[in-house]
Design a protein. Sequence first.
Length: 331
Amino acid sequence: MLNALSNAIRCVDKDSIKSALAGICLRGATSQIVSTTGAQLLAQDGYDFDTWGKSDVICPVSKIFSSKDLAAIDTEGIELGLEEDHVYFRLDNVEFWLHIIDGTFPKVEQLLVPADGTTYLNFHPTDVQFILDKIEKLPGTKDSESPLYFHINKEVQARAHDTAHKTGIALELSHSKFTGEPVDVAMNRYFLKNALQFGCWSMGIDPTGEKAAIFKGDDKTFVCMPLSGTEPEATHMDVITSASQPASKVPATAPVSAPPPAKRRRRTVKRDATIKPAGKIELLKSAEQIRNDLRNSLLQVNSLIREVKSQKQKDKLLHSTMESLRKLSLA
């Protein structure tokens, strides 16, 4: 689950501080962890949130999800609980609480359904590694939307263009296969990189270009819209083929997929009777009250310091005035 939450962070709209899109949706109705920026979406299956039934809980992003120290803990699983306006996580002897984000997470179920007549490109593991090794070195990286143009026909190519010089580089994916109608489609290369690193190696493309591209993995679905517009002209195109690459089964940069559902441990468990979340809520409230008291005390101290400084200035002015009068009387 920590790995799933860490993946979800990459598809969160961090700029929408008060929006539901700034959090990760723990969706009880579909047993999924879902996150989206509005332009890309990641849904991870197989998480039974029986603690809160069919409702959605929007969990804020936390760096603790990517903690290497937590990932190294040898534990049988992670325990979740819901208490008032907090969701808590417990594994081994570590427990942390996060304040739930208010709001309604968008219904995304329709986006996860492929269109009729979808063309599927199934990336071979060797080609996945091939793309990930080169994707950020290709021309056009800093262009708007960082486009990569897929030509899926007799050969499968991913093309990047240097529009200023009308040149380009085509990655020929010699090991990957497709089913359905030939299609040309443009993708944001960083969305493609996310999809492949999440282990979603089957790309479904709507030939009409009207629906989102759907990438499928063992227990993950990644969704993004293809880019509009036509591929730029190129007077010269260098072709680099993956045929010369050594065959590989799993790319080194791709995450390890979760075990099949039949072998998974239960993702969540009911709250242990020895835990008293309500007491922890009271502790949080007490801590917040102490913080507010300290803040008020600091304001009072600052006000007192200003008054003392003001009085010192007045005393200094009075002393200067008296000294001037004394000198005048002597004269």
